[in-house]
Ligand binder design. Structure first.
Ligand SMILES: [Zn+2]
Length: 270
């Protein structure tokens, strides 16, 4: 498989002392629980305040929005004054981040109640269900996690990760079986990988490895990667006869191949 594109900057760490150019942006939607809102004339800035051992106020923009890190001795009024002073710059960075995120093939996961993770190209909403006995799907669009309401992001992430990996084993295994039935040569064995550089590999002795993160994407993407690795059982190169083998397994694979080439494995959230 082709190597994934390099990691893009997902996080912008902005120092308080940087200049604030750029036009103001639109007001944001209602503040999420746990965030603070500062009204500034016609707009509002939502942010999470983090008290830190540091000498200056720092601004970070990522999937959680704006996080302000401030020394313990700085008052809330002083923090709000700093935000007001840098508001144009903050709005510009938030807009830039949103644009960057919108261009990513898979939207970011957030490991909180009501957050989402992508599954087969669709968002799966996470729900903390303290009374549940185990992590389980609830209908098409929800994943119920047997965790207390107080569970932290790391705990939620771990539960989601193990569920997604089990789901990947099931889904990828069945696609591999389905597509392998279309050719003579069979894989000797297969396993999941969690490499950050490759979607799949096929060894000379017939072992196929498939990246579990494929389960984030729609089936045509998964099928292309599976067909690609299966075709390597016949041709251990990327020559014309290799691509003919891919075409026999998966007619019309080219669109999915182009899609996979655009995916950034290193930038996935989990
Ligand atoms: Zn290949």
């Amino acid at each position: 498989m082709k190597r994934a594109a390099p990691l893009k900057g997902q996080q912008l760490t902005l120092l308080f002392d940087q200049p604030p150019p750029g036009p103001p942006a639109r007001p944001s939607p209602p503040a999420a629980p746990g965030t603070r809102r500062l009204a500034l004339g016609t707009f509002a800035v939502d942010y999470t305040l983090r008290r830190a051992r540091r000498r200056s106020i720092g601004f970070t923009v990522d999937d959680r929005g704006l996080t302000v890190a401030a020394p313990r001795w700085v008052s809330l009024a002083e923090i709000e004054a700093a935000i007001a002073e840098k508001q144009r710059w903050i709005h510009r960075k938030l807009a830039e981040y949103r644009d960057w995120r919108a261009r990513q093939p898979v939207h970011g996961a957030s490991f909180v109640d009501g957050g989402t993770v992508p599954l087969l190209g669709r968002p799966l909403t996470l729900r903390l269900r303290p009374a549940a006995r185990c992590t389980d799907r609830a209908g098409e669009a929800e994943l119920h996690l047997a965790l207390p309401a107080s569970a932290g992001e790391a705990q939620v992430r771990d539960a989601v990760l193990s569920w997604l990996q089990a789901e990947a084993r099931r889904v990828l295994g069945s696609r591999l079986q389905l597509l392998a039935a279309r050719q003579q040569v069979q894989p000797r064995s297969w396993s999941l990988s969690s490499a950050r550089t490759q979607w799949g590999t096929c060894t000379h002795d017939g072992h196929i490895r498939l990246n579990w993160r494929l389960v984030h994407f729609p089936l045509p993407v998964i099928d292309y990667v599976v067909a690609h690795e299966l075709a390597h059982l016949q041709e251990m190169n990327h020559g014309p006869s290799f691509w003919r083998a891919v075409g026999r397994l998966l007619p019309g694979f080219e669109a999915a191949r182009d899609e996979v080439r655009k995916l950034d494995l290193a930038a996935l959230p989990i």
